[in-house]
Design a protein around this ligand. Structure first.
Ligand code: 2HA
Ligand code: ZN
Length: 271
């Protein structure tokens, strides 16, 4: 059996959390990541018959039975993952009943998965129903994205349109746009269900006045989606109080989408 600390998926979790902390997006225990793994890949590092303990999830994840995820821990700081992955991360498998998580590794101090597990697993189910390659869900509190929530209407079309205008590549990176939820209480099944509903349509979902969710087929793609939104939001926050004398026009966005052959939300443009 190989050493789990050398597993590429553990390293990706360590690198991504450290990176996001350094960007200032994940203060204290802010943010969480879940990453669906291949069972064969995990079996190189862990005995899949050895369950350390079981933890109820509080909801049913029928379509994820038997699936294995590496997930950040509740109350844990992104800042600390790199130095102590076994305490701050856990590897769980969804048990036969669909409502229990079997701990295979991690949460060494008796901890458990993020309080946002409902939003994560429900988002995985929603994304997998439209894209069988989806593997990663990231939640974060990126600074400018959050700032923008306070000064820009929380309307999907308007929010996406503004972001698309802020960097030429935005419409190419997230042509499906950004879903937006109003402020809601976090850490429960209700916000999880609302997020998952949006995830059927969008790979990015803003939680009003809280942060953002991103989903993708690997860590780079998912991180890159959030990073691109945050960059656009930064340009917006740097310019929103100044007279706008130039912009990327809707016709130019169409030109971009056509040149890069992406299927974009035409109804989010004003043509
Ligand atoms: O887990 O970001 O939304 C900390 C959070 C909750
Ligand atoms: Zn949060």
């Amino acid at each position: 059996m190989k050493d789990i600390l050398t597993a590429p998926f553990v390293k990706e979790m360590m690198d991504t959390t450290a990176n996001m902390y350094r960007l200032g997006w994940d203060e204290r225990n802010g943010g969480n990541i879940s990453y669906m793994l291949e069972n064969d890949q995990v079996a190189e590092y862990l005995d899949l018959n050895k369950v350390i303990r079981t933890i109820p999830t509080g909801f049913e994840a029928q379509s994820l039975i038997g699936k294995i995820f590496i997930v950040t821990g509740t109350g844990k700081y992104f800042k600390n993952v790199k130095d102590d992955p076994e305490t701050n991360l856990g590897i769980i498998r969804i048990a036969e009943d669909g409502t229990t998580a079997e701990l295979l590794w991690g949460y060494k101090d008796g901890g458990r998965f993020t309080s946002e597990l409902p939003a994560h697993l429900m988002s995985h189910m929603a994304r997998l129903s439209v894209d069988s390659e989806n593997r990663v869900v990231i939640h974060s509190h990126p600074t400018n994205t959050l700032a923008m929530n306070y000064v820009h209407p929380l309307d999907e079309k308007k929010f996406t349109h503004t972001l698309w205008e802020m960097c030429t590549e935005c419409i190419v990176v997230f042509p499906d746009g950004v879903g937006v939820l109003p402020w809601m209480l976090c850490g429960n099944n209700t916000i999880g269900e609302a997020t998952a509903e949006k995830m059927k349509e969008f790979r990015l979902v803003v939680w009003g006045m809280h942060g953002i969710y991103g989903a993708g087929k690997n860590m780079d793609e998912t991180f890159g989606l959030i990073e691109t939104v945050e960059k656009a939001a930064q340009i917006y926050m740097l310019t929103a109080h100044l007279p706008r004398i130039n912009t990327i026009k809707d016709e130019e966005m169409v030109e971009l989408a056509e040149a890069f052959d992406v299927k974009y939300r035409k109804d989010f443009l004003n043509l």
